[in-house]
Design a protein. Sequence first.
Length: 369
Amino acid sequence: MNRILNVSPGPTSLPYNVFKNIQINMNSRFINGKSPLEMSHRSNEFLYLLKNIKYKLRNFMDIPSNYSILFTQGGASAQFSSIMYNLRNYNNALYITNGLWSQKAYNETHKFVINADKMNIFDYHYDKKNNKLKNYDYIYFCNNETVDGIELNKNTISYPVRTHDNCLIISDMCSSFGQRIINWKDFDIVFASTSKNMGIAGTNILIINNELLNKLPNNNNIPSILDWKLNYNTDSLYNTPCVFNFYVLNEMLEYYINQGTIYDFDKLTNEKGNIIYDVLDNHNILTPIVDNKKLRSNISIPFKFNNFFHFNYSVQNYKFLKYCEENDIIGLKTDIPFDNEVPPLRINLYNHLSLEDTKHIAQIIKNYK
């Protein structure tokens, strides 16, 4: 296999056809004599592109008409603060922490006047099961943790539910957006950076229920760049956005629509994940980090060397990474420790990796002795 397979958590590879189209259009000046790098965000060409992106995104992700699509700056992490700025009247919150990114979002609450509780997924499951949850104004969670390899969806034990009719559900879906079916009625706010399945880093997609959006005050006395209502009123053009990111996002959506539906990608995600776990669960010296199969992510799969056989993780990781590179697989290395251990290895099965790519990766792992 000649093509390099990048399994990094992001930014990661673009689908080959998308990458080739970008290469061609960089030099062709295909938009009225301008390349995508030269387009003004106030031009008719860009306004048409923006409108087209929203149309494609709504159709591919099956977003209902009572939700608005916003594009924000600063990636997804900027939303950790934006949530509390925009929802200042929602003072009681629960953050379900199932990994690094949900913990980072919770840490941001300490900078604001807000009563925010934190629960791990098992405590949340216990309290939900026994009707011990308080009436929160909103519940926040990250549905797929790229570092920890835990995914919360309808089939997991800790899938968040409203504690009362007016309770908001907010989800960071950075690494699953474009890959997982979203039951929109279960959510009020969903956000995701474009650096995983939607193109390149630098832009964030925020989808918000219109009923909630309409309740937000104009002139909200918060930083303008973080103001969702201002963003909506200016069609996400309050300031100069990353124009090239929108061009790439449009190419990605065009590619996805030609490939199938979000339901097809969701099904494929499970197939790919099962292939990798089948190898890791039966490997002599490698093992998945997440033991609980009901919480395992089929998108982000961290794994490590079995403690019993290999004590020198750093040396073993180096040998394994070199072996993978020799077999055209890159991006497994992570510098983020897990439970104070040496950082695990990780495979992220985003949409750019096909079923055949995944089978190749699985075979290479299986052959490692």
